[in-house]
Design a protein around this ligand. Structure first.
Ligand SMILES: *[C@@H]1O[C@H](CO)[C@@H](O)[C@H](O)[C@H]1NC(C)=O
Length: 352
């Protein structure tokens, strides 16, 4: 009797242990990224566009010190998130021939600097539109299935964390910069148009098997150095109109996220909102050890980005860790790290 009891107990304990081990195993086997320069890890290097950054001083603080095509001196928030989830320390770009499906199996980036929700936004600089990012993702699924077999492929597709980070360009590079969309839509209508496109995109991702999604909100766009420098009403201060717009659009995104969580059964969508933290970095930089949050490190810091941010610009700062912005439009490695550790808390509790 005692023997049987012990055997029964052993089996029971073994079952519990097996359950615990499988529960503890990382439930995010890969991170899959869509969006714009906030998360593009180098896809634009391989297309014909001026929206590139695969030259010095970009990448000077990246592991190895070389320019990858990231619009940053170092790593992007998605790279830091990948590391935080116990995956690679940086997420490779899908179009980069240096990497293969073996690398992409634990993380892949389809994002393209200069892109947006709106096809017309990608057209401005001839970059990869969002629908094409999705087509590339479909190719990825097929390659992954060949590489791992259908069962393991499905597991990765289902358990992966999908990150979308875009929208700033739809407003700043498209709506307010060139006439097309402004003659068709009021700003209210344009926001709703973009929300509709975001919804379509998430539904397509869902139909393709995605179940864990982080949808990133807009930053305080009016505080980007370029927008400050061109704020003729109040020189050098944040453009309030653009910050208000970002807040309003984020409210709509948050509503969309609630709707998607209701409608897409089995899918969890998280609204990742860096707005408040970023505004705090910008308004109280010294609290975070920054010395400058008004201009970028590169060049004069007011307008240079991409090819304007040249290797030997005499004004480029020496220590980018003291700056919130790396160029006139993009954050430094250190700011990205702070943002990502903030976002990771929510992601971890929802997806791990
Ligand atoms: C964007 O372009 C793609 C490819 O041409 C097309 O299928 C899609 O309908 C377009 N989206 C919109 C909203 O026009």
């Amino acid at each position: 009797m005692a023997y049987m009891w012990i055997t029964g107990l052993t089996i029971f304990l073994t079952q519990i242990l097996t359950l615990l081990v499988s529960e503890c195993r990382a439930k995010v086997p890969a991170i899959i990224v869509f969006g714009d320069s906030s998360v593009d890890s180098g896809n634009n290097n391989f297309i014909s566009t001026v929206a590139k950054s695969n030259f010095a001083p970009y990448g000077r603080d990246f592991p190895g010190g070389y320019a990858t095509g990231r619009f940053c001196n170092g790593r992007l928030p998605t790279d830091y998130l990948s590391e935080a989830f116990g995956l690679k320390q940086s997420i490779p770009a899908y179009l980069d021939p240096m990497y293969s499906i073996q690398d992409f199996a634990t993380g892949v980036c389809f994002a393209s600097a200069g892109s947006g929700y709106d096809n017309a936004t990608a057209d401005v600089l001839g970059v990869i539109p969002l629908w094409q990012e999705l087509e590339n993702y479909k190719d990825y699924q097929r390659e992954l299935e060949i590489f791992l077999g259908a069962e393991q492929e499905k597991e990765i597709i289902t358990e992966a964390l999908y990150i979308m980070s875009l929208g700033t360009n739809d407003f700043l590079e498209n709506y307010y910069a060139i006439p097309g969309r402004r003659s068709q839509f009021t700003i209210q209508q344009y926001q709703d148009f973009l929300i509709g496109l975001a919804e379509d995109f998430v539904e397509q991702l869902y139909a393709l098997g995605a179940r864990k999604l982080s949808l990133t909100g807009l930053p305080p766009m009016g505080c980007l150095p370029l927008e400050r420098a061109t704020n003729f009403m109040h020189p050098d201060s944040c453009a309030k109109e653009y910050n208000d717009l970002a807040l309003e659009f984020n409210g709509k995104l948050e509503q969309l996220v609630a709707k998607l969580n209701n409608e897409l059964s089995g899918m969890k969508v998280l609204f990742a909102n860096p707005y408040d933290l970023l505004l705090q970095l910008i308004t109280a930089p010294s609290l975070y050890g920054f010395e400058n949050a008004e201009v970028g490190c590169c060049g004069s810091g007011t307008f240079e980005m991409g090819i304007m941010c040249t290797p030997d610009h005499p004004l480029t700062c020496t220590d980018a860790d003291k700056y919130v912005f790396w160029d006139a439009f993009h954050l430094t490695d250190r700011a990205n790290q702070i943002i990502s550790s903030y976002l990771f808390k929510d992601l971890k509790s929802n997806f791990l």
